[in-house]
Design a binder for this molecule. Structure first.
Ligand code: PMP
Length: 407
């Protein structure tokens, strides 16, 4: 039983009324991006209708109002992840951008030939490729923590990889393909014990449970707002102040400077040093409303409800012959990845779409992880707070139909 009023929550999301192929939309692609509540949409149009202006430099009324709203979201993000200082919150284009920022600035400045970077088998491409690019450029070595058949990290193997050569560890908090919640506090402590810095890819974690960067002790934490009921193309990078101060800037341009002459430029202080150019003002302003929405529902209420959906769906799909769940960690979020014997994941996706059901199919930007399971992809249903058991029943019915047609 949930304390949340799901019918009323569904009313907050206009898109859920869409009719797809003659059927009311069943949206199970929440790990890719969540839908946006009306108050986020209203905040976006409200900004453009009433106080659209460029921020930080203007002295007129609109510029001051826009700047205040922009900086208010930074404060809101600070409390959302419990950062010690608001200047530790850097606005980015998303998780990908945050990871690239760290690899390109911290990585380029502080890593050298022979140093080792550790990632894991279940990383999203965005937490693999930036480190590969860095390693190629600097002559560093990339090491990978293996996983077991359930999709849990092999922590013994992780410990074996850690040496005094380990300079950076970058791992995902929650796997987008498997749902696994990793023991990141332990991962961080062990990395720190050998003097390595740690980045956590929080893209999938931040909508499901409370994030406390001080309690975790991570050096960097990257997330995307579009996965937390907020706008697309916006994320934050949290970084410890001392580290951010020691890092060179990422992009050069307006806003990130203190003074420019043709001979020399001095850089702005945090957080502006890392925010070159006109930022995504409208989306930053609207993001605050997404965070307020999540916190009003209560993250633990959301988690409890979503876990109920996952349990219901896991039991229901287990009745389907030939279906195998990929990702059976004990500790997981509401992500259900599966394959069905003899049926290609893409065909499953297309046939479900014909019934108005949106799931994701393919490698989910985790090709090495798919290789680990000897598959090319999965079908993935991922649940959010507005989903219902009735919708899961439709998915099950849909899968039976897929089996009848193709099995
Ligand atoms: N990491 C993980 C675990 C993800 O699920 C995603 C988004 N699919 C990303 C990183 C990248 O996020 P974005 O595309 O918003 O930069």
């Amino acid at each position: 039983k949930t304390s949340l009023d799901i019918a009323s929550i569904r009313n907050d999301f206009p898109i859920l009324n869409e009719v797809i192929n003659g059927k009311q939309l069943v949206y199970f692609d929440n790990a890719a991006t969540t839908q946006k509540p009306r108050l986020v949409l209203d905040a976006l149009s409200g900004y453009y209708e009433h106080y659209n202006a460029n921020i930080h430099r203007g002295i007129h009324h609109l510029a001051e109002k826009a700047t205040a709203a922009f900086e208010q979201t930074r404060k809101r993000m600070q409390s959302f992840v419990n950062a010690e200082f608001s200047e530790e919150i850097i606005f980015t284009y998303g998780t990908t951008d945050g990871i690239n920022l760290v690899a390109s600035t911290y990585g380029r400045k502080f890593l050298k030939e022979g140093d080792e970077v550790i990632i894991s088998t279940m990383e999203h491409h965005s937490n693999i490729v930036p480190w590969q690019m860095l390693c190629e450029e600097k002559g560093c070595i990339l090491k990978v923590i293996p996983i077991d058949d359930n999709g849990d990290l092999l922590m013994d193997e992780y410990e074996k990889l850690l040496t005094e050569r380990t300079k950076f560890v970058s791992v995902v908090h929650v796997s987008n393909s498997l749902g696994t919640i990793n023991p990141i506090k332990e991962i961080i402590e062990k990395a720190h014990a050998v003097g390595a810095k740690v980045l956590i890819d929080g893209a999938q974690a931040s909508s499901h449970f409370h994030i406390d960067v001080q309690d975790l002790g991570c050096d960097f934490y990257a997330l995307s707002l579009h996965k937390i009921y907020g706008p697309t193309g916006l994320g934050i990078l949290y970084g410890k102040k001392d580290l951010l101060n020691a890092m060179p800037p990422y992009r050069g341009g307006g806003e990130m400077i203190k003074e420019v002459t043709f001979e020399k430029t001095t850089y702005n202080e945090l957080p502006y040093k890392f925010e070159a150019g006109t930022p995504n003002i409208a989306d930053v302003v609207a993001a605050k409303y997404a965070l307020d929405y999540v916190d009003t529902l209560g993250k633990s209420n959301i988690a409890t409800y979503e876990n109920g959906l996952l349990k219901y769906a896991t039991e229901a799909v287990s009745e389907i012959e030939g279906l195998k769940i990929i990702g059976k960690a004990k500790n997981k979020v509401s992500v259900l990845s599966f394959v069905i014997d003899g049926i290609h994941h893409q065909d499953i996706g297309v046939l479900l779409d014909q019934q108005g059901i949106a799931v994701r199919t393919g490698h989910h930007c985790t090709q090495p992880l798919m290789n680990r399971f000897n598959i090319t992809g999965t079908s993935r249903a991922s649940f959010a707070v507005y989903n219902t058991t009735e919708e899961i029943d439709l998915l099950i019915k849909g899968l039976h139909k897929v089996k009848r047609m193709l099995g």
